[in-house]
Design a protein around this ligand. Structure first.
Ligand code: BJW
Length: 233
């Protein structure tokens, strides 16, 4: 299937979309699987402006805990393989839905956090965003919110995402359930540009039939093996 690209790796424009599955083996829970992050709460309570306005304490405590967790987790082979791939092709855009910072810690450079970042908070009135590693304390619960894209809010970097997709030869979707839009629909833009589209997951997703090829298994392994294979192109 890769040979159908008819190009050498140094000539390829690659776009990668990652989801919670790529960070699962680093110890960060996914959202929707059993024992996932949202098991104990309906997602609207934690991932919507209305949920935040109803209970800022609950929402800040949830994100404070996850910010603390970032201090102990590390990137895995899947993150490192993508950082290596970036050095070898013509252009590389990594679009992540993840709010952790494991891609940048693995060395990825051209990275778009389309759903925001755990290590940023945003002033609720001015919208000003700042880097923040600690816990938001009680006297600031109504002043700042996590700089995370919640349901009903616009995703970040969409212009850059669209222009990367318009040139794309190879589109890889890794560790996402393909349930949340507009991220799930990016594969359609890649296909319009004529890209070869490949999905990496533990199992089939609702959008698997759209992809040209699939690698089932743990991303740390399947992505590293795939990148090694591409390097021989
Ligand atoms: C492994 C693995 C291993 C595990 N190896 N794989 C109806 C139709 C279409 C759209 C909509 C609709 N109704 C509403 C919408 C829009 C809405 C939406 O899509 N809703 C759906 C639920 C239907 N989207 C939005 O609101 C977006 N904004 C938007 O559309 O703006 C325009 C607009 C403006 C005004 C009004 C309306 C629209 C914004 C979406 C923001 C999403 N934010 C979240 C929450 C962040 C908060 C937080 O972090 O706490 O981002 S949702 C959550 O899901 C998070 C994730 O980034 C996102 C995607 O999840 P992901 O990464 O796919 O994780 P999982 O858990 O679902 O899947 C993990 C996968 O990994 C599984 O498949 C496993 O098998 C696999 N896996 N281990 C490989 N080792």
């Amino acid at each position: 299937m890769i040979s159908s690209l008819n190009k050498k790796l140094v000539d390829l424009n690659i776009v990668v979309l990652t989801g919670a599955g790529i960070s699962a083996e680093s110890g960060i829970k996914t959202f929707r699987e059993s024992n996932g992050l949202w098991n104990n709460h309906p997602m609207e309570t934690l991932a919507s402006m209305q949920g935040f306005e109803n209970n800022p304490k609950l929402v800040h405590e949830f994100y404070n805990l996850r910010r603390e967790q970032l201090k102990i987790v590390k990137p895995n082979e899947g993150h490192f393989a993508l950082a290596e791939l970036e050095k070898k092709c013509k252009s590389f855009t990594l679009i992540t839905q993840n709010v952790d910072d494991l891609h940048e810690r693995a060395g990825s450079k051209n990275l778009i956090h389309m759903h925001g970042e755990l290590r940023r908070i945003k002033h609720v009135v001015s919208g000003e965003s700042k880097y923040f590693e600690d816990s938001v304390c009680e006297n600031e619960w109504n002043v700042y919110r996590p700089d995370i894209v919640w349901f009903g809010e616009n995703v970040k970097g969409f212009e850059d995402i669209s222009s990367a997709l318009s040139l794309c030869d190879l589109f890889l979707s890794i560790g996402t359930s393909s349930i949340v839009y507009p991220a799930a629909g990016l594969v359609n833009e890649a296909k319009k540009a004529g890209a070869l589209c490949i999905e990496f997951n533990l199992e089939q997703t609702a959008l698997s039939p759209i992809y040209h090829d699939h690698f089932y298994g743990k991303a740390s392994q399947t992505v590293s093996e795939f990148v090694s294979g591409l390097s021989r192109l």
